[in-house]
Write a protein that binds this ligand. Structure first.
Ligand SMILES: NC(=O)c1ccc[n+]([C@@H]2O[C@H](COP(=O)([O-])OP(=O)(O)OC[C@H]3O[C@@H](n4cnc5c(N)ncnc54)[C@H](OP(=O)(O)O)[C@@H]3O)[C@@H](O)[C@H]2O)c1
Length: 306
């Protein structure tokens, strides 16, 4: 479904307890003053949805930036995440972890609390019971998950009293999580698309740049716009560059045609993404290495050769 730019614009401006502003601001791989300055600037230019996580070790900088900004806390939609380690998502541990998030963020409520990823060794029933309790107590307004497969999402929906508001997953032109997106659209669950710029790589994509030229927009803006025109999708580009912060939100005065949407969906992308897709060479290699090589070792090797 193609949304009108007017509708999308109004969504980025609204926040409050239950509306997730369609364009948020990511903060992965930044901390300290750099993060503080970036979030402060983002709030100044109009972002009202900030995404952080316990694992990013920057919640204090994010919280402080919100606190000192001219924007009321109630007008900011603040998301954080609890690491998916079994010892952190067990009922009591999760309550303690959430308390830690609140303290570091310097706030008495979180708009959206996510379980960052799922570890099958943990007990999802216990995790979601604790998340429900946080909602009942009023310290968390909405709960959600991240990096959940469709099956894990089904399980979470079944086990939770509170609605699962979002599944935050990697979804961008080079890496499309179509199965999760389709499932979420059918269930009216928001998809929060992370790494919307393929960690910066889409900003130099020539096909996207050519589409952008028609509207006086950059490849990065086309990448963001392509996400915002998908039903139930919100996104959270990250930047610490003030010019990028402004440009990434300047995406509400143009619309991609259906043909351009399809064109972006079909961009090839670098070898890393092509070979990692289901059925691709690296994807098959990972399957073959299976249980012998742990994810951490595989990911470390892959991050060196990318
Ligand atoms: N749930 C999860 O497991 C998970 C995983 C990954 C990410 N996330 C969330 O999603 C957010 C976004 O994802 P991401 O940080 O992985 O990657 P991203 O937003 O796709 O890309 C960030 C990179 O793009 C560059 N960039 C941003 N705007 C640009 C522009 N207009 N032109 C050119 N380059 C630009 C940034 O550099 P500069 O800073 O120099 O502009 C940065 O290197 C994260 O920050 C985090 O909040 C969640």
């Amino acid at each position: 479904m193609v949304q009108s730019s007017k509708a999308a614009r109004s969504e980025v401006e609204s926040s409050g307890q239950n509306t997730i502003p369609q364009l948020g601001f990511g903060t992965y791989r930044t901390g300290g003053y750099t993060c503080f300055n970036a979030v402060q600037h983002a709030l100044e230019v109009g972002y009202r949805h900030i995404d952080t996580a316990m694992a990013y070790e920057n919640e204090a900088a994010v919280g402080r930036a919100i606190e000192v900004s001219d924007v009321n806390r109630d007008d900011v939609f603040l998301t954080t995440k609890i690491k998916g380690y079994p010892e952190l998502v067990e009922y009591d541990r999760l309550l303690e972890a959430a308390e830690g998030c609140l303290q570091r963020l310097g706030t008495d409520y979180i708009d959206l609390l996510l379980v960052h990823w799922w570890n099958p060794a943990a007990d999802m029933e216990s995790t979601l019971a604790a998340m429900d309790r946080l909602v009942e107590e009023g310290t968390v307004n909405n709960i959600g998950v991240s990096n959940f497969s469709v099956d894990q999402l089904r399980q979470a929906i079944r086990l939770s009293d509170s609605p699962i508001r979002t599944n935050q997953v990697k979804h961008h032109a080079y890496w499309q999580s179509d199965d999760v997106v389709k499932f979420c659209q059918e269930r009216d669950i928001t998809v929060t698309a992370y790494s919307p710029l393929a960690e910066g790589r889409l900003a130099t994509d020539e096909q996207l740049a050519a589409i952008g030229d028609r509207y006086g927009k950059s490849a990065a803006q086309v990448a963001v716009r392509w996400l915002l025109q998908q039903e139930n999708v919100v996104t959270i580009p990250k930047t610490v560059t003030p010019e990028h912060t402004r440009r990434n939100m300047d995406v509400f005065d143009f619309s991609l045609t259906e043909q351009e949407m399809a064109e972006v969906s079909n961009v090839e992308g670098p070898w890393w993404y092509r070979t990692n897709r289901e059925g691709g060479e690296l994807h098959q290699l990972r399957g073959a290495l299976g249980a012998v090589v742990p994810d951490s070792a595989y990911n470390t090797v892959m991050s060196r050769i990318r």
